[in-house]
Design a protein around this ligand. Sequence first.
Ligand SMILES: C[S@@+](CC[C@H](N)C(=O)[O-])C[C@H]1O[C@@H](n2cnc3c(N)ncnc32)[C@H](O)[C@@H]1O
Length: 239
Amino acid sequence: MTFSLDHVVFFGRTWDECLGMYALDEEDLAGRTILDCPGGPDGLVAGGLLRGLDITAIDPQYGDGPELLESRGRTEIASSMKSWQDDPEVAFEPDVAADFERKKIEALEQFLEAFRQVPERFIAGALPALPLEDNAFDLVLSGHLLFLYACLEEGGMMEHDAFDLDFHLAATHELVRVGSEVRIFPTYTTNGPPRRQPYVEPVMDAMREAGHAVELIPARWVQGDMDAFNDVLVIRRAD
Ligand SMILES: C[S@@+](CC[C@H](N)C(=O)[O-])C[C@H]1O[C@@H](n2cnc3c(N)ncnc32)[C@H](O)[C@@H]1O
């Protein structure tokens, strides 16, 4: 049996997990305008505002109110954990699974508090066409959508092909349009043997052709035991 999803799940990582997955330290963020795209229910805006950062998130689901997002977030965590743990090929050890679930709830609760207190920091919008000005941000962080939600045949988690290579190319150009530096995580596959997700290289080629600088650098955060090809794609826009 192959683990798969029919939609993009509404769950997110904590502040510390996000910094690790993007290979960033707090000092790297000070003084920069930051966009979290998609933010989902992660802890980046909450953690960033606590530290005095200028940070905003965007996600197609932010048009829904906090009550709906809270119940969706809690349901998504419970049902995703169940389907994940029911699949012997991807199931975590029980203690790893419990930690995974606890962190998802922690991130959701951090997100909900910030979403209720500073709703203007959460914008409704979807890739590949964000309702944002060119070059609006210094740094754009994009986690757990691109590459991960490619279809199963391409090593992703989706049962269908809504996020094909054309989507990835358009979405990455869009992220670079709004931010001068873009970081995308993960770049590995979750289906089949561990390898680089097949869209990563064509996306890197397209970015290079557009004149941007690209590199893969090791992430510092490991999800479960997925430590192979655990790199973040960094794109720096040509000015
Ligand atoms: C798993 S969450 C990722 C949250 C966070 N970045 C993290 O890494 O923990 C994925 C999010 O992608 C959002 N999403 C789905 N389709 C999208 C699209 N076309 N453009 C932008 N975000 C999208 C979903 O609403 C969901 O909240």
